[in-house]
Design a protein around this ligand. Structure first.
Ligand code: CA
Length: 246
């Protein structure tokens, strides 16, 4: 996708489709003056089904932030005009709580620290791998969703993210940490199959020894508390919480 030459234009790319990871269409605001980085970001985010608004100056960034309506903001620090740090400081002061991931130069340690201090949720250092950026975006969105709402509803399952209570068809139980983490991972994407490896990644730490049947034990224990239908197994693929009642 080619990007026009007018750096003052708000460039809007409306991409058909939905963000597969959350089931919602995600609108991202990209504030970045580097043409090459911008082009590759647009292409990658488009592949993820996201809609991206791209602005390339501090002044346009300020306008776009004031307009709002974005699920996530990717913010370069070194911008023509006002710096990303100043934009972020003003946006937070004005009550804008949209998650922000800052993009900084390798030697920009001070920028990163100041950026986090004025309200960035995370940062990524140039040059970066697109899949790392996407993973960081997902993590920021997850944290944000968790902070913004304490209840997660997936089909017939309701999770209270603070008390770790799960409710299914009228039965409520407080789940041990790993059972809750497993349900949380599945409930974030009702109807989507999560393979064993992905579930293990979510609920076990790096380098932690994971028994080959650990997930099966957790699932078994969860089903015993509710009903076998609370988590559905798709043979050879993984597990899911169905999107709605059958
Ligand atoms: Ca820059």
């Amino acid at each position: 996708m080619h990007v026009g030459d007018d750096a003052t234009d708000l460039q809007r790319y409306v991409i058909a489709g939905v963000l597969a990871r959350s089931g919602d269409e995600m609108r991202v605001l990209l504030i970045e003056d580097d043409r090459m980085i911008g082009d590759s970001l647009i292409a990658a985010l488009k592949r993820e089904g996201m809609t991206v608004d791209w602005v390339r100056t501090g002044a346009d960034g300020e306008d776009a932030l004031a307009n709002g309506g974005h699920g996530l903001i990717l913010l370069d620090i070194g911008l023509p005009g006002r710096s990303g740090v100043d934009l972020l400081k003003d946006a937070r002061r004005a009550g804008n709580s949209t998650p922000v991931l800052i993009i900084t130069a390798r030697d920009g340690v001070d920028d990163r620290i100041i950026g986090l201090d004025v309200g960035a949720d995370d940062y990524i250092v140039k040059p970066f791998e697109m899949r790392e950026l996407l993973a960081r975006m997902r993590a920021v969105l997850r944290r944000h969703a968790g902070a913004a709402q304490s209840t997660l509803i997936a089909g017939e399952v309701t999770l209270d993210l603070e008390s770790h209570e799960a409710t299914y068809r009228g039965t409520t139980a407080v789940l041990p940490a790993r059972e809750f983490a497993l349900m949380h991972a599945l409930a974030e994407r009702p109807g989507a199959i999560l393979p064993r490896s992905r579930i293990e990644e979510r609920i076990y730490g790096w380098g932690e020894e994971v028994e080959s049947n650990a997930i099966d034990f957790l699932i078994h224990s969860i089903r015993k508390k509710f009903d076998k239908d609370v988590v559905r197994n798709v043979r050879g693929a993984g597990w899911m919480i169905p999107r709605s009642a059958r």
